[in-house]
Design a protein around this ligand. Structure first.
Ligand code: PCA
Length: 323
């Protein structure tokens, strides 16, 4: 307590004078576990932001949905309740289908392709979010998405009627196509949803299964690698536009560096998570046979649906990506 108070005081003293002579203290809500690499990158970003803005912006990270629940973070930033926050943006694809660019099945399933797809989507996404009063500072992908079950699954015959935890419309659609019943639950509430039987299956990376110790409830993970959704760190656009250009530059530099570290970590940890799931008793395999074929054909259908929903904007992204 005392030590951090001294640290904070030092940071403020080291800061040059700003409008009112003080550093700006920013609370930054994040949705996922404090120990998760996204949240750790958020801390790295906050530290770099202090450094590169000469102490002008002093960010406090609130991980695990502790300040705002995941689903409330975007609105909190849009409305200026907080100046900055992190969110899985595809969770809002129901309002803006273009935000599901990173949930189109089997289109970009390596970190390299995901980055290329992001570069293709970036102008469209930035424009969409600017229209919602949000400035995109940086983004970072989760590892590939696969299915968690409490039994072996060989085809959609085995998935009929299962209660499925979804995190956005794409995951809900996938579940419905497999005859499951989706219910949207934040990662922070996932363990509880599994423990109480609200959900008995879900799609996610190895990371979230590990963070939430889902081996306590589930037995099988099928890697599938359907897509790699991204978390975004966004700033309230009015707040952003009001910043000194040198401060904007410092924040952007901090964001770019944190994003690179975050993405490298995501890739580096992908297999670690699978190993941990296995060590804790889960069967971790690729989907095969009929199940794999069904997933591919559902994926193709979802891609077509997304292109229909997004029209010219979606096509522009896929054209720029070369698909
Ligand atoms: N974990 C997050 C989103 C994607 C992922 O890998 C979740 O399950 O909520």
């Amino acid at each position: 307590m005392k030590f951090s108070a001294i640290l904070a005081a030092t940071t403020i003293l080291a800061a040059p004078a700003f409008a009112d002579g003080h550093a700006m203290a920013w609370d930054m809500p994040m949705a996922y576990a404090a120990s998760n690499f996204h949240s750790e990158a958020g801390e790295v970003f906050a530290e770099k932001a202090r450094e590169y803005t000469d102490g002008a912006i002093d960010i406090t990270v609130h991980a695990g949905g502790s300040l705002f629940g995941g689903d409330d973070i975007k609105r909190a930033v849009q409305t200026g309740q907080v100046p900055i926050g992190e969110r899985l943006m595809s969770a809002h694809a129901n309002e803006s289908p273009v935000l599901a660019w990173d949930n189109v099945p089997f289109v970009a399933t390596t970190f390299e392709d995901n980055e290329r797809l992001w570069q293709a989507a970036k102008p469209v996404v930035e424009e969409e979010l600017a229209g919602q009063n949000l400035h995109v500072l940086y983004t970072c992908p989760w590892p590939g998405q696969g299915f968690y079950f409490n039994k072996a699954v060989e085809s959609s015959e085995d998935t009929q009627g299962l209660k499925f935890r979804s995190y956005n419309t794409a995951t809900a659609t996938f579940a419905e196509e497999l005859g499951m019943i989706p219910v949207q639950v934040e990662a922070a509430e996932l363990s509880q949803a599994l423990a109480t039987g609200v959900a008995e299956a879900f799609i996610s990376s190895g990371a979230t299964g590990y963070d939430r110790k889902v081996w306590e409830h589930l037995s099988h993970y099928y890697k599938v690698n359907a897509w790699m959704p991204r978390n975004y760190v966004v700033v309230n656009k009015q707040t952003w536009d009001g910043l000194d250009p040198a401060v904007q530059e410092g924040l952007q530099k901090a964001g770019d560096e944190a994003a690179a570290e975050c993405m490298a970590k995501s890739e580096e940890l992908s297999d670690f998570y699978f190993d941990e799931l296995e060590k804790n008793g889960m069967t971790v395999t690729d989907a095969s046979g009929q199940f794999a074929e069904e997933l591919q054909s559902i994926g193709a259908k979802m891609k077509e649906q997304w292109l229909n929903e997004t029209g010219e904007a979606g096509q522009r992204i896929m054209d720029a990506y070369g698909q």
